[in-house]
Design a binder for this molecule. Structure first.
Ligand code: FRU
Length: 528
């Protein structure tokens, strides 16, 4: 969202009216009926609320066998407004149980984005050591003033009480939001990274008790020059590929507009954090994009994933402020991306953030109807797919190719009469691309139907892996070891389920191709 709340002035009134209408005609969002989740475009293995508007993931924290997903939610309508924290929990990052709204809009302020931690030592004194409190740190967004507040849960996030001493950080600023808090072991204190959105910088604060916070330093402006604001920062150490136990720090921030794919998007900086300051490894104006597609925003990583697991996992809001409120879905709007596990990979002299779909997703593969081949020429592979009539609206596709092709090649998915979404590689560059210009309904936003590109490192001779996840209304593609990622919503017809290869594939060998149909996490059955 660009520049505080101004942009929402008009939708707010509309939302209020819409909210009144909706609330008398449908059941409560926390009790979805079993037959729901089969609407047109309804994501089958991505999280979406049963009804109403959702934006950023919030308060991602793991506790006692549950991954918590809180999220920016409008309980009263399908557009932005009345911001509250919706809530769901999952044992495996795939199957979600909806819980009642956790933090509701209050008279005078809305509950904007933020994070959650488990206060294991009860440093806040707001719980007990026996039952460590789950503490949410969020922005209380009033007209003209955004401040940071905390709320405490002693029943695994089911209910919260606001801390009576709120707000805990208040600068009297209109654009000051989205606190992300983590425990910094070397300093034995909590660190908060929070955005001074309009000033294009983040601030770092420290606290011993989550209540009193001291300013440490600032970072920014930096990176992309064209940004109108900075939101939703996250800061975390990430394992460096090939060097067990070694980490570098990643600072991620989001731009409300003018990002790489148009509209909103995220960038990141790799560097060092010494408990006080963040210092990037690259010159201050170097830009690294998180995702080269249009629909991955406000990503946040889970806190408190057990050390035995050791992964840093995040999800992003799979939408774009440029058109988010107009996408043709009903009675919900927006989904979260698939969860992705993060690492750092060396590209030249630089570390690049790599995203990999979490392994849990493999549980969704349906053995029946799986397609597999190896060691075929491009033309042979294309013919085999055609012969096997490979099709599906929920798919995982893995393809490894090698060669020195001169022309673009790739996969077309969600193919139907006059519809297709193309994911391919352009040797010149080389580039990964996703083209949604013929993908289906694009009528709600001028400029929705277009092609997105991500740079690939090196030549294709050494081989290239493509990894795709196709859901009812999205495609996510990971290439170049997860350093080139494109996430895009699409709105095809239900019956557009074809899959084919395109391009001449001169000199290309398909070393391996796997196509899996995936099951629905809401209904546990295949779709077709
Ligand atoms: C990002 C954002 C945050 C804010 C929230 C409000 O998408 O604009 O900065 O906290 O959405 O819903």
């Amino acid at each position: 969202m660009v520049v505080g709340m101004k942009i929402h002035a008009t939708p707010f009134v509309g939302t209020l009216l819409l909210g009144l209408v909706i609330s008398c005609s449908v059941e409560k969002p926390d009790r979805p009926m079993a037959s729901r989740y089969d609407e047109r475009y309804r994501p089958q293995f991505h999280f979406s609320p049963a009804e109403n508007w959702m934006n950023d993931p919030n308060g991602l924290v793991y506790l006692a066998g549950e991954y918590h997903l809180f999220y920016q939610y409008n309980p009263e309508g399908t557009r932005w407004g009345h911001m509250s924290w919706g809530h769901a929990v999952s044992p495996d990052l795939l199957h979600w149980e909806h819980l009642p709204v956790a933090l509701s809009e209050q008279p005078g302020y809305m509950i904007f984005s933020g994070s959650a931690v488990i206060d294991w030592n009860n440093s806040s004194g707001l719980g007990t050591v026996e039952t460590p409190p789950l503490v949410a740190i969020f922005t209380a967004a009033a007209e003209g003033n955004q401040s940071q507040s905390i709320a405490v849960s002693q029943d695994r996030g089911r209910t919260f009480k606001e801390y009576p001493g709120n707000p805990v950080v208040d600068l009297g600023e209109a654009d000051f939001r989205d606190p992300k808090v983590f425990w910094y072991e070397p300093g034995q204190e909590w660190i908060m990274v929070v955005s001074m959105a309009a000033a294009l910088k983040v601030q770092f604060y420290a606290s011993k008790d989550l209540r009193q916070w001291q300013l440490l330093s600032e970072f920014g402006p930096a990176g992309a020059q064209q940004k109108p604001n900075w939101e939703c920062p996250d800061l975390f150490p990430v394992l460096v590929d090939g060097q067990p136990g070694v980490t570098r720090w990643v600072l991620k921030v989001d731009l409300g507009a003018n990002a790489i794919a148009g509209g909103s998007g995220g960038e990141y900086f790799v560097g060092g954090f010494d408990g006080k300051e963040f210092r990037p490894d690259s010159p201050i104006d170097v830009v690294h994009w998180v995702d080269y597609g249009p629909d991955f925003y406000a990503s946040q990583s889970w806190s408190d994933i057990p050390a035995e697991d050791g992964r840093r996992i995040w999800v992003g809001w799979m939408n774009n402020w440029a058109y988010a409120q107009d996408i043709p879905t009903h009675p919900w709007r927006s989904a979260q991306s698939i969860p992705r596990s993060l690492s750092l990979k060396k590209r030249g002299e630089n570390w690049r953030l790599a995203q990999e779909p979490v392994v849990e997703l493999q549980q969704l593969r349906i053995a029946e109807g799986a397609f597999y081949l190896e060691g075929k020429s491009w033309k042979e592979a294309a013919a085999e797919i055609e012969r096997a009539r490979v099709a599906g609206d929920l798919l995982e596709i893995r393809m490894s190719v090698s060669g020195s092709p001169r022309k673009p090649f790739g996969l077309s998915v969600r193919e139907g009469e006059q519809e297709e979404t193309r994911v391919g590689v352009q040797p010149e560059g080389p580039l990964l691309f996703l083209d949604r210009s013929e993908s289906g309904d694009a009528s709600f936003y001028n400029g929705f139907g277009r092609r997105f590109e991500a740079p690939l490192s090196g030549s294709l001779d050494g081989g290239l892996d493509l990894h795709l996840f196709v859901d009812s209304s999205s495609v996510e593609v990971f290439a170049d070891d997860g350093t080139a990622v494109i996430t895009a919503q699409i709105f095809p017809r239900r019956e557009s389920t074809g899959v084919s290869l395109f391009g001449e594939g001169d000199d290309l060998v398909v070393d391996r191709l796997e196509i899996w149909k995936l099951g629905s996490v809401w209904r546990e059955t295949a779709r077709d």
